[in-house]
Every structure is written in C-alpha cells, then in structure tokens.
Design a protein around this ligand. Structure first.
Ligand SMILES: Nc1ncnc2c1ncn2[C@@H]1O[C@H](COP(=O)(O)OP(=O)(O)OP(=O)(O)O)[C@@H](O)[C@H]1O
Ligand SMILES: [Mg+2]
Length: 279
C-alpha cells in the first residue's frame, strides 16, 4: 500500500472511531486544519505539522450545495460543533484552517464559504480549489482528478501541478440514490441507507450502473480534448463502489486510480494548505 493510502486509511480509522493520535506520537509544531463543506458531507481534518492525520470528523448535512451556502446558520453551527468535539478530544484549541471551493465558483460564494469558517472561530488561512487540494494530497502533478461527490461530478485537468481545465456536471451520489429509490419504490432516505450498506453493494451497483456509465461518458467526452491525460484519479464518496474505476477505465480508455477512503482525500488535502498563516 502506498504512503498516501496508508495516511488515508489511518485518517479513516480516526474519523470512524472518533479517536485522536496522542500528542507524543505527533510531529512537533502547530496542528493544521482543513474544512471541506460538501453537498452531502461536512468534513473537518486535523493533521500534525508534517501532514500526518491526527483527528477528523464528518457530518452529513445539506447546508451547502455545490459550493453555495444554502443554510448559513446551519453550516456555522455544524462546523462549530465538529470543532468543539475535536477540541475536546484533542484537549487543545484549533485556531486556524484552510477551506476549499469547487472550481469555477463565483467570488461571492467563495466568500460565504470563508465566512462560515471564520464564524466558527477559525482564522481563515486559505481558500483552495478542491481538485488542487486532492491533487496535493495524492502528489499528482499531471493527469485528471475526477471528484464524484453528492451533487456533482467535477473533472479537473492538471499540468505541472496547475489546474488547466475544469468541467462540472450535475450528476453525483444523490442521483444514484434517486435511481435506487425509483427502482425499489423506496423513500430517498431509505434508499440512501440501502445504498450505503456494504452487504447490498452488488445489487445496488447493478441498478446504479447507468449513472456511472453517464458520469464516465461525460468524463470521456471532456478528456477527448486532453489526450495527454494518461491517468484519472477518482475521489469523492460516490466512487466508493468496487467496480467504479473499471467502468470509468472502460469508457475513457485511461488508467483509473482510486485511493482508499476516496471521500477523505479532498479534506485531508485541504489541511495541507493550512500553514498557520505563515507566508
Ligand atoms: N460507500 C459508499 N458507497 C456508495 N456511495 C457512497 C458511499 N459513501 C458515500 N457515498 C456517497 O457519496 C456522496 C457524498 O460524497 P462526498 O462526501 O464526496 O460529497 P460532497 O463533497 O459532500 O459533495 P459535492 O462534492 O458534490 O459538493 C453521497 O451521495 C453518498 O451517498
Ligand atoms: Mg466534495
């Protein structure tokens, strides 16, 4: 397993178990914080000064939609709560954070995201592009990052470490849940529970496969203009299905790599941009 996968796996365990890495096992220096305000999940990632995961929290929520804050008070309360929980577990305050926005978002909306972080009493160090954060964690300088989140599939092409092209399409995990709800005549909430139960993965994937085909076709079409891209890195919760990368590889003709814990790649990457306010 690669160093990045080890790091992601360790972070996943901390988040799920609600545990923290003790101070004696951390690199010296200030803690770094990343706040990811997604459509389906809010995630707070805490690392030590060497970018090793220390603690994390996720919160399922609909206060932000595709980078737009739709419930400001709700978002602030959720971030405050996650911060307070983590501070209690860590036994020390969290002071500053980096956050991220989907590519191509308007400055006003980016400001609202930043305001949420500041209203939770975290000094805002930087607002980074989500794919740039994911690429930084993965150590990707050239290739494509495809983020399959709750609301959207975002494609970003990177060259020499810079994002040179982006495309967003409104198909994500929510659409998979809608397809499942329709096929099995379930309420959305029940279909979401069914979708996330690993015991159902095979049957669920057979039903949501057309959504994955559609996402993959969109990616293939966009990347037709970027023949240099040899490798696609898929991140985001909705690519969690075991067969996801095989389907995307088939449609795009490129190598598709999915890190472990794809949902946690962007949040951990965002924390890397928290340099404590130093230039
Ligand atoms: N194990 C899983 N299997 C299938 N789908 C999953 C799994 N885990 C999470 N998801 C789906 O992933 C989606 C959330 O992913 P993620 O947290 O990356 O989105 P987000 O960042 O909140 O949204 P966006 O990036 O669109 O703003 C949800 O639709 C959720 O149902
Ligand atoms: Mg996201």
């Amino acid at each position: 397993m690669s160093i990045v996968d080890n790091k992601l796996q360790a972070f996943g365990k901390l988040v799920r178990k609600g545990t923290v890495v003790p101070a004696s096992d951390r690199a010296p220096g200030p803690l770094k914080v990343g706040v990811d305000l997604g459509t389906a999940n809010l995630v707070l990632a805490v690392t030590d000064a060497q970018n090793n995961p220390v603690a994390g929290a996720t919160f399922r929520s609909t206060v932000v939609r595709d980078g737009i804050v739709v419930d400001y008070i709700g978002a602030v309360h959720a971030v405050r709560k996650m911060k307070a929980d983590l501070e209690q577990r860590l036994g020390q305050p969290l002071q500053q954070a980096a956050t991220a926005i989907p590519p191509g978002i308007r400055p006003g909306n980016a400001k609202a995201i930043g305001n949420v972080v500041e209203a939770a009493d975290l000094h805002l160090v930087e607002i980074v592009d989500e794919p740039t954060a994911a690429a930084r964690l993965l150590g990707v300088k050239d290739g494509a990052v495809v983020d399959v989140g709750g609301g959207t599939t975002g494609i970003s092409v990177l060259k020499n470490g810079e994002v040179i092209a982006v495309f967003d399409e409104a198909t994500g995990g929510t659409h998979m849940t809608l397809v499942l709800a329709g096929a099995k005549k379930l309420l959305f909430e029940d279909a979401e529970i069914e979708k996330l139960d690993p015991r159902n993965e095979r049957d669920v994937f057979a039903l949501v496969r057309p959504v994955v085909d559609k996402m993959s076709t969109i990616v293939a079409r966009f990347l037709a203009n970027h023949p240099d891209v040899k490798t696609i890195y898929v991140v985001g919760g909705a690519c969690s299905f075991t067969e996801f990368e095989a389907v995307m590889a088939q449609h795009t003709g490129r190598r598709v790599i999915k890190p472990v814990e794809p949902l946690l790649v962007t949040p951990l990457g965002i924390a890397m941009f928290d340099n404590g306010g130093r230039q």
